[in-house]
Design a protein around this ligand. Structure first.
Ligand code: GDP
Length: 189
């Protein structure tokens, strides 16, 4: 059973937590900051304050293992259709976000995937494709099947979310954390 533990050390996990760097990627306005804000503060703001920093930490406990996710937000760098190499450096996971009501953001997510492919070997990084804003179903431009098909073709995790309605946000990060742990254990962690 997975548990979210705010920013505090989970009591039951006595060992040092695993620390993983998770980068958020995707075009502007798809909801990257809102997803991070929802995960960390369990809140949603129509107009997000400038968060001032592009780095958050979130503790989790999964099946008795403590994890610390260091979540990096692009802080607007994606407007230039790229991010600096430092952003990628040492990343263990990427959350690749598009807006289900914006076909262009889905196309751009595929371009971001190519950037990831250039930077990492597949076994080096866990990637989840996230179709955000499911509350905008009436204006949907990317079907669930299209999202799934792309994710399957590239062997990515996949989830649709709504940061606004708090739909599957925690679940998406838990899926990433589980896969990170699974790989860590597979490698003798
Ligand atoms: P970022 O540029 O990718 O970090 O996107 P933001 O998190 O700043 O969000 C861009 C806009 O989309 C803001 O107006 C948010 O309020 C809105 N937004 C984010 N997530 C959702 C969602 O799940 N549903 C809806 N309807 N709007 C969202």
């Amino acid at each position: 059973m997975a548990q979210m533990e705010g920013n505090t050390q989970p009591e039951s996990a006595s060992q040092q937590p695993y620390v993983f760097k998770v980068v958020l990627l995707g075009s502007s306005s798809v909801g990257k900051s809102s997803l991070a804000f929802r995960l960390i503060k369990n809140d949603f703001k129509e107009i997000l304050p400038t968060l001032g920093c592009a780095f958050f930490t979130q503790m989790m406990e999964i099946d008795g293992s403590a994890l610390k996710l260091e979540i990096w937000d692009t802080a607007g760098q994606e407007k230039y259709h790229s991010v600096c190499h430092l952003y990628f450096r040492g990343a263990n996971a990427a959350v690749l976000v598009y807006d289900i009501a914006d076909k262009d953001s889905f196309r751009r997510a595929q371009n971001w995937w190519k950037e990831l492919e250039n930077e990492f070997q597949p076994e080096e990084i866990v990637v989840i494709l996230v179709g955000n804003k499911t509350d905008l179903e009436a204006s949907r431009e990317v079907t669930l099947e299209e999202g799934k098909a792309f994710a399957e073709s590239k062997k990515l995790l996949f989830m649709e979310t709504s940061a606004k309605l708090n739909y599957q946000v925690t679940e998406a990060f838990i899926a990433v954390a589980r896969e990170l742990l699974r790989r860590e254990e597979e490698n003798g962690g």
